[in-house]
Design a protein around this ligand. Structure first.
Ligand SMILES: Cc1cc2nc3c(=O)[nH]c(=O)nc-3n(C[C@H](O)[C@H](O)[C@H](O)COP(=O)(O)OP(=O)(O)OC[C@H]3O[C@@H](n4cnc5c(N)ncnc54)[C@H](O)[C@@H]3O)c2cc1C
Length: 401
């Protein structure tokens, strides 16, 4: 008999609804508090790889995810006048049954919608304090009256409030990887068809990408920076001004993308950061997904870690009589898988935003000629798929800690 009957989850992104599903499956009640007024749409394509595909299948979500895959065709690097200078077909990259690419907003909708029938969602609210009292945790919110739960799970992303409250300031755990990323939807004035067009200036990358069923195109900006004064924590208006200063007047479609950015309804801007923690649990508070082990958007593994983490956490809660044992088992099973996936190089940054003009020319030449870069990408691909397969969902219970 599980010792945990009711769980508060902070965050309704990918990890939160996935955990709500699995808790319900095991007969555990979930309440989800989400800062946004509704599940946040937006985001570029995210990947489900390896055992995360199995988790999606066990959730009964795989068929719908497969219907929503981006069906990405090719990516072209263009110069300031829009002429193609290099490119690759996504079929050359990851593929097959063990790797699916879907727009983040579509995935959030697919995961979230069924959970509404059996999960209480507290939107437009956030945790302000947590107090552990014996076997219960008292949660205080900005708007909702305080409540107590058997367990609190922080699934509130890279800038997790749960982590800050229970484990201390973000700076203690965050490793900034030297870049910022912005993604938002704009009208597709290029008439793209499953194609990405990508542009570079030294230390900067921009692009547009359209999937078959999407209403508009996704625009992306990546800027290498030594810190840029904590711009990721500044208001969106300042982030937009920062992007205007970095990309205005560079040629290609940059000015049109910047013009369309102001009208976009799903502007996303964040730092490229990893979260490293020695432990994800403190008493009856634990962390899941980006909150505990964000591998950075450039690794492409954040969504898989979140889905697999949700499955493992719920399974261990159902398996153990004591919450402490369940959380220890969750940590022990996830640790090697998280380490392996975080160790996969952030090759995306090197390919999408080389630091120097020479780096851009070298990348383009290597892509045109094939050879070493393609070999290197192949090896990285294999490391990535090995890491993504590196957890046994049906592992027997680990030895009692
Ligand atoms: C709008 C958006 C766009 C993204 N786009 C991309 C992308 O294009 N490519 C990519 O690789 N990754 C992207 N990510 C990150 C990616 O979704 C995660 O790496 C991954 O899916 C892991 O999911 P998660 O549930 O742990 O975190 P997230 O998906 O980030 O979800 C966290 C959730 O917690 C909520 N939240 C945050 N703070 C609080 C709080 N104080 N109280 C309550 N709720 C809170 C957020 O609103 C969000 O709904 C994006 C995240 C967001 C929020």
């Amino acid at each position: 008999m599980t010792a945990v009957h009711d769980v508060l989850i902070s965050g309704a992104g990918v990890a939160g609804p996935a955990l709500a599903h699995w808790l319900h499956h095991h007969g555990i009640r979930a309440t989800v508090v989400e800062r946004a007024p509704a599940p946040r749409p937006g985001g570029y394509a995210v990947d489900l790889r390896g055992v995360a595909v199995d988790v999606a299948e066990r959730m009964g979500a795989l068929a719908e995810i497969r219907r929503g895959v981006t069906g990405m065709g090719r990516a072209s690097f263009v110069d300031s006048r829009g002429r193609r200078v290099a490119g690759f077909s996504s079929a050359d990259a990851l593929g097959g049954d063990r790797s699916l690419e879907i727009l983040r907003g579509d995935l959030v909708r697919i995961l979230h919608t069924p959970t509404e029938a059996y999960t209480e969602y507290l939107y437009d609210d956030t945790l302000t304090a947590l107090e552990q009292d014996g076997d219960r945790v008292r949660a205080t919110f900005e708007r909702t009256a305080p409540r107590t739960f058997d367990l609190v799970v922080g699934a509130d992303g890279l800038h997790s409030a749960t982590r800050r409250i229970a484990f201390g300031p973000e700076e203690r755990y965050a490793r900034f990887l030297g870049a910022h990323i912005s993604i938002f939807t704009i009208p597709d004035h290029l008439g793209l068809d499953r194609e990405a067009r990508l542009f570079n200036a030294p230390g900067r990358g921009s692009g547009m990408y359209r999937t078959p069923r999407a209403e508009g195109a996704k625009a992306i900006f990546i800027v290498r920076s030594a810190g840029a004064g904590g711009i990721d924590r500044r208001p969106p208006a300042e982030q937009r001004a920062y992007l205007r200063a970095e990309f205005g007047g560079l040629g290609w479609e940059n000015d049109r993308i910047l013009d369309a950015m102001d009208a976009s309804g799903d502007f996303y801007f964040d730092s490229v950061t990893r979260i490293h923690m020695d432990t994800w649990s403190r008493g009856r508070i634990t962390l899941l997904g980006d909150a505990g082990y964000c591998p950075s958007p450039m690794s492409g593994q954040g969504t898989s870690l979140a889905l697999v983490g949700a499955y493992v956490l719920a399974a261990e809660l159902a398996r153990h009589g004591r919450a402490e044992d369940a959380l220890a088992a969750y940590g022990a099973r996830m640790r090697p898988y998280v380490d392996a996936n975080q160790a996969v190089a952030d090759a995306g940054l090197a390919v999408l935003a080389p630091r120097t003009r020479r780096g851009i020319v070298l990348r383009n030449t290597a892509l045109r000629l094939g050879g070493p870069l393609v070999g290197l990408l192949g090896r990285l691909d294999r490391r990535l798929s090995d890491a993504a397969e590196g957890l046994d969902l049906d592992a027997p219970a680990p030895a009692r800690p």
